[in-house]
Design a protein around this ligand. Structure first.
Ligand SMILES: [Zn+2]
Length: 453
C-alpha cells in the first residue's frame, strides 16, 4: 500500500514534468535558432536542484542548452551509468492532430503532445527517478549521471555531438540508457520486449545535376537539369541493393512471430526483399526493409530560377542510411550502381556521415534490464533490435560505451502504435507506461551495481 502511494506520487511527478516539457515547445527544425532547449533546461534545473546533486549547464550555441546532473559514486573504479534524454522535439503538422500538440493535456489516461513518446516521456521520468534518488540520499557505487541534451532531432551538433567533440568528460559513461526500448512485441507465448542495441549509419549525399540554360518556350532537345534530376530520382527509387541479414535481424524475425515459409524467406538473402514486399502493413514493410537494406530517400530538391527558363542546376538531397560495416566507399559504390551512366554526369557531394553502431548484450546492464522488465512481465525476454534512425547513442558507442535504447511500456503501446506516434500525428503516452518507466530507472540505480558485482 505504502509502495503504491509512493509510486503514484512519483508517477504524478513524471506526468506533470512531461506536461510542462511538452508545453515548452522546444521544436527543433534543424536551424540553429530553433529548439530553444534552454526552456526545458531551466525547468529541469529548478526541478532537480537540491542537496547532493551537482548540476552543470552548457550552452554551446545560444539557447541550445544541455544539463548534466551527477550523483557521485562511492567507488571511483565502479562503472558510470548515464540516463540520457533529449529535450527537443520534431515539428508538427497541426492539421493532422485531434488535440493541441503543445497543450500537454491528459485525455482518457494518456498525456497528449509532441514529445510524448519521443522522448520527453523518458527525459521526464529519468529526472523524476534521479531527483527521488537524490532526495533519499541514495549513493550509487559508480557515478550516476542524468544528461538532458539538446538537438538530438537534428544531428546533435548543438548537443551530444558537441560534447563528444569538445567536452566529453562531463558526460563520460560506461553504460548509457536512452530511447527507444521496452516496447512489447506481438505474439503469444513468453512476453518479449524490444530493446535497441544498434542503429543504422548515415551516408547523406547531395546530388547536383547540371544542364544548359535556355528559353522555356523551346524545350525540344533541351539539356534540362530538372528532367535529368527526375531520371536520377527514378533510378534511386528503383535501385535494389543487396540485403544484409545480421544476427539481430534473425532475432527480430523470430520475435515478430514469423513462422514456416515466411520465416525461411525472411532469412534468405535471395528471397527477403519479396517476402517483405508481400507484407500488407506499409509501416511494417518499410521498417523491415530498412532493417535489411541500405536505403535511399530523395527528400529535398532545389532548382530552377524562373517559370520561363530551362534550369541549368538542380540539387537533390538524398537521405541514405547505411548498414553495419558499410563505409563511405560503399555509399559511393551504391551511387555508381544506382545511377549507372548518369553517375558521371552529376556531382555526388557527401553531406554527413556516421557509421552504423552496435553494443553487445553480454553485459550486466542487459541482465539488469531483463530482471527489471521481468517485474512487470514475468519470464520476459528482451529482444535486441536495430533502429533505422539515428540517436545520440552513436556518440557514446563511438567512445566505447555500451548504449541501449531502453524503457518499459505497458501493453497499451504496441510496436505498431509506438512507431506510428513517433514523429507522427496524435503523439501520446499512457500514464501506466510513465509509471513503469519511472520505476525502471529507479530499479537500474538500485540493481545495476549489484548485478555488475
Ligand atoms: Zn528521440
Amino acid at each position: 500500500m505504502a509502495d503504491d502511494v509512493m509510486n503514484d506520487a512519483l508517477t504524478n511527478e513524471t506526468v506533470e514534468l512531461l506536461q510542462a516539457m511538452i508545453r515548452n515547445e522546444c521544436v527543433n527544425t534543424g536551424y540553429p535558432d530553433s529548439g530553444n532547449e534552454i526552456r526545458n533546461v531551466d525547468l529541469l534545473q529548478t526541478f532537480l536542484e537540491g542537496p547532493g546533486v551537482e548540476i552543470q549547464t552548457y550552452e554551446p550555441t545560444p539557447n541550445r542548452a544541455s544539463l548534466v546532473a551527477r550523483l557521485e559514486g562511492t567507488d571511483p573504479s565502479a562503472p558510470t551509468v548515464c540516463l540520457m534524454g533529449h529535450t527537443d522535439v520534431v515539428p508538427v503538422s497541426p492539421e493532422g492532430w485531434d488535440e493541441d500538440p503543445f497543450a500537454g493535456e491528459i485525455i482518457d489516461g494518456e498525456v497528449w503532445g509532441r514529445g510524448a513518446v519521443d522522448m520527453l516521456n523518458l527525459t521526464s521520468s529519468m529526472a523524476v527517478a534521479f531527483r527521488n534518488l537524490a532526495r533519499n540520499d541514495f549513493r550509487p557505487k559508480g557515478d550516476l549521471i542524468y544528461f538532458a541534451v539538446a538537438d538530438e532531432e537534428a544531428g546533435g551538433g548543438h548537443g551530444a555531438g558537441w560534447f563528444a567533440d569538445n567536452d566529453y568528460d562531463p558526460i563520460k559513461a560506461d553504460y548509457v540508457l536512452t530511447e527507444s526500448g521496452g516496447i512489447p512485441l506481438p505474439g503469444s507465448g513468453e512476453p518479449r520486449l524490444a530493446m535497441t542495441v544498434a542503429e543504422k549509419g548515415i551516408g547523406w549525399r547531395k546530388i547536383v545535376v547540371h544542364g544548359t540554360p535556355g528559353h522555356g518556350s523551346r524545350p525540344f532537345r533541351a539539356d534540362n537539369a530538372l528532367v535529368t534530376a527526375a531520371e536520377v530520382i527514378r533510378r534511386l527509387v528503383d535501385y535494389r541493393p543487396n540485403p544484409l541479414l545480421t544476427d539481430i535481424w534473425a532475432g527480430q524475425v523470430e520475435a515478430l512471430g514469423y513462422e514456416g515459409e515466411m520465416k525461411a524467406a525472411l532469412l534468405d538473402p535471395a528471397r527477403v526483399f519479396d517476402a517483405i514486399d508481400s507484407i500488407e502493413s506499409d509501416a511494417t514493410a518499410a521498417r523491415l526493409h530498412a532493417c535489411t537494406h541500405t536505403t535511399f530517400s530523395p527528400n529535398m530538391a532545389q532548382g530552377g530560377t524562373k517559370h520561363n527558363t530551362i534550369p541549368d542546376r538542380v540539387s537533390i538531397n538524398v537521405d541514405i542510411r547505411t548498414l553495419p560495416g558499410e563505409t563511405s566507399e560503399d555509399v559511393e559504390a551504391h551511387m555508381k550502381a544506382a545511377l549507372g551512366d548518369l553517375y558521371h554526369r552529376v556531382e555526388v557531394v557527401p553531406v554527413h556521415e556516421d557509421p552504423s553502431t552496435a553494443s553487445p548484450i553480454e553485459t550486466p546492464m542487459w541482465a539488469t534490464l531483463t530482471e527489471l522488465a521481468g517485474r512487470k512481465y514475468p519470464g520476459v525476454r528482451l529482444v535486441p533490435t536495430m533502429t533505422t534512425g539515428g540517436t545520440d547513442s552513436r556518440f557514446y558507442r563511438a567512445k566505447g560505451a555500451v548504449a541501449y535504447g531502453a524503457g518499459l511500456f505497458s501493453q497499451d503501446v504496441t510496436y505498431e502504435t509506438f512507431s506510428s506516434r513517433f514523429h507522427g500525428n496524435n503523439e501520446r503516452i499512457d500514464i501506466e507506461s510513465l509509471a513503469l518507466t519511472t520505476q525502471m530507472w529507479l530499479g537500474v540505480a538500485e540493481r545495476f551495481w549489484e548485478v555488475a558485482g
